[in-house]
Design a protein around this ligand. Structure first.
Ligand code: HPA
Length: 275
């Protein structure tokens, strides 16, 4: 069933965009749409136009698929994302990235807003994600596995590709961005964390906390996409600063979108394929 859903989504995409062949997809979340301003868009679709694609109802998450070029690279962008906390079925949540894999993408750059739980990573910075801890007990791979899409038990040893991260580090340096790096703790949301949860996440070895990216990483690795994770640090975790709110997260994301765009551009200039 999953492979059939992917086929239908690919057919809908090709019906609108022709024989697209992006090698890379970029996923951006809350308030980060402006990071994609430099993309020379050839085709723009609403997520709702692609059968099976989940449509987010969250403010700041306008679901769109953009196909075009960024600094000479063919890219597909998923602007705005749906989340498990909205009640989408795991198979629907997985479909956009699986579709990107099926049209030829080899890597996914996942960008999301995050809270910092490391006093050395201040809001207003970008952080590369080196690894993650999923404390939710939820996996987007729950349910029957379609071996045509990926293995039942995908490994997560290098979930965030070390070479892509090294390239991103060089891109950040060249662009004058002081990138942080850390371990992301995944919290399901939609409530923000309690102060005790934030303290626990820090004790567990986390640096960042967020409600997205991690399920996408699992989906991407399952279907063979390499992953670069970029956190836009909008706030300190609950108890470490002013209590976080969605409005403040959106405002923080909007002011970080330009840096994200700069990093994406510098990354594309160095992009030599996923390895
Ligand atoms: N917690 C969870 N997700 C987030 C946060 C946070 O503090 N900030 C931005 N996304």
């Amino acid at each position: 069933m999953t492979a059939a859903m992917v086929e239908a989504a690919v057919a809908a995409l090709r019906a609108r965009a022709g024989a697209v062949a992006p090698k890379l997809c970029i996923v951006t979340g809350s308030g980060l749409g402006a990071a994609l301003e430099a993309v020379e868009v050839r085709t723009r679709l609403a997520a709702a136009e692609i059968p099976g694609f989940p449509v987010s109802g969250v403010q700041g998450h306008a679901g769109q698929v953009l196909l075009g070029r960024l600094k000479g690279q063919d890219v597909a962008c998923l602007s705005g994302r749906a989340h498990a906390y909205e009640g989408h079925a795991p198979g629907a949540l997985a479909l956009p990235l699986r579709t990107m894999r099926a049209v030829g993408c080899e890597a996914a750059v996942l960008v999301s807003t995050v809270g910092s739980i490391n006093p050395e990573i201040a809001p207003g910075r970008l952080a590369l994600v080196a690894d993650h801890i999923n404390i939710t007990g939820y996996s987007p791979l729950i349910g029957p596995n379609d071996d045509a899409v990926g293995p039942r038990f995908p490994g997560m040893a290098e979930a965030y590709d070390p070479q892509l991260r090294a390239t991103a580090r060089r891109a950040g340096e060249a662009a004058g961005l002081k990138l942080a790096e850390g371990v992301m703790v995944h919290h399901m949301g939609p409530s923000f964390e309690t102060p005790a949860q934030i303290r626990a996440c820090r004790l567990l070895g986390g640096d960042l906390v967020g409600m997205s990216m991690v399920p996408e990483t699992v989906i991407a690795r399952h279907c063979g996409l390499k992953v670069l994770g970029i956190g836009a640090v909008t706030n300190m975790g609950t108890g470490l600063g002013p209590p976080p709110s969605h409005d403040d997260t959106l405002a923080g994301a909007r002011s970080l979108a330009r840096d994200v765009g700069t990093l994406l551009g510098a990354l594309m200039e160095r992009w030599a394929g996923p390895c």
